[in-house]
Design a protein around this ligand. Structure first.
Ligand SMILES: Cc1cc2nc3c(=O)[nH]c(=O)nc-3n(C[C@H](O)[C@H](O)[C@H](O)COP(=O)(O)OP(=O)(O)OC[C@H]3O[C@@H](n4cnc5c(N)ncnc54)[C@H](O)[C@@H]3O)c2cc1C
Length: 314
């Protein structure tokens, strides 16, 4: 089939790749590419943050973990497996996604920093999104797939001249598909130069003011925020200062690290990820958006189901 994928974030590019591998004739059209996408702002830790419904998410994150685990053998993908720790101010049970991460262990007693009562230690994929989006785009172009910069006004435009469209527009689906269930959850981060850190650390005890320190190859991401309904893409200096102070409390080396850039992204939050086919008068659209704070964690799993839905259209 001739399939147009709309969106060049991690969800669009992984879907396009799997569709091409399944033998479809694919093209990608997106308003923003690379650094312009929300995906490029992600930390990006494999971690199921703010994504539902649990049954499907559980399937998608397990597939994605396996794919990212396999990609971690190739440095050009930007994926690495990294050990890290999450700290809690109250005792907590094992996470619901425990079975996907066999390495998960508990941190207790004097292994915990002051003020914390419980902790997890686990090894998960960490993705350098600048590298990974570039790697995905290069793989697509190598297979002869066009990636074009163009904003589409509506779904009929997405279907013009093709047999099916796949809508991977993230928060953009509010306008493109008229979806009133999507809302932005603002996230601000600081990118600093690597300062010799190899493990990631996470504290999400305060739901609006998350604290995470995530090392990549050349840089470390210091985060962050999770601001419901806030669509402001401007960097807020006071927020950056507060992020730096929280991160330095967890990892003192973060305090003196050289700042490379400040970034803001809007997570596409939805009560449930939308992964389904809609039959319009102009043709079928497979929707795949609303991945909240877990698009990187779910993308490869969702991409496989996008292929199944497109194949059922034949
Ligand atoms: C600060 C921050 C930290 C995060 N950390 C993590 C993490 O650690 N782990 C994790 O798994 N996730 C994380 N996320 C969440 C993750 O970034 C998102 O879930 C993911 O990027 C969503 O991907 P997407 O491809 O659906 O959307 P996007 O990356 O937003 O891509 C949407 C694409 O659609 C295009 N588009 C939109 N409207 C139109 C239109 N009308 N016409 C044409 N093209 C259109 C856009 O230009 C873009 O190319 C984080 C997010 C933020 C902001």
């Amino acid at each position: 089939m001739r399939v147009r994928v709309v969106g060049a974030g991690v969800v669009g590019l992984t879907s396009a790749l799997r569709l091409a591998e399944a033998g479809h004739r694919v093209e990608v059209v997106a308003a923003e590419l690379g650094e312009g996408t929300t995906s490029s702002v992600a930390a990006a830790l494999w971690y199921p943050y703010r994504a539902t419904p649990t049954a499907q998410v559980s399937r998608w994150l397990t597939t994605s973990y396996a794919v990212l685990d396999a990609l971690a053998g190739d440095p050009s993908t930007g994926v690495r497996l990294r050990s890290g720790r999450e700290f809690f101010r109250e005792p907590v049970p094992d996470p619901w996604w425990r079975s996907t991460v066999p390495s998960l262990g508990r941190i207790t007693g004097d292994q915990l920093p002051a003020g914390y009562l419980d902790g997890y230690q686990l090894t998960v994929p960490v993705v350098d999104m600048a590298l990974h989006l570039g790697w995905l785009a290069a793989r697509l172009r190598k297979t002869g797939i066009d990636i074009r910069a163009r904003r589409l006004a509506d779904l009929p435009a997405a279907l013009a001249g093709v047999d099916a469209a796949v809508n991977c527009t993230g928060l953009g689906a509010r306008e493109l598909a008229g979806d009133g269930e999507l809302s932005p959850v603002r996230g601000q981060v600081i990118v600093v130069e690597q300062f010799g850190l190899s493990e990631w650390l996470l504290d999400q005890n305060d739901p609006e003011r998350l604290t995470y320190v995530v090392p990549r190859g050349e840089t470390v991401i210091l985060g962050g925020t999770s601001e419901e309904g806030d669509a402001d893409r401007e960097v807020r200096p006071a927020t950056a200062e507060a992020i730096l102070a929280r991160c330095a409390a967890l990892v003192p080396g973060a305090a003196g690290a050289r700042i490379v850039s400040h970034r803001v992204g809007l997570r596409p939050a939805r009560p449930a990820v939308r992964l389904e086919t809609e039959l319009l008068a102009d043709g079928p659209v497979v929707h795949c958006y609303g991945h909240g704070g877990a698009g990187v964690t779910l993308a490869y799993g969702c991409a496989e189901e996008v292929v199944q839905l497109v194949s059922q259209l034949n």
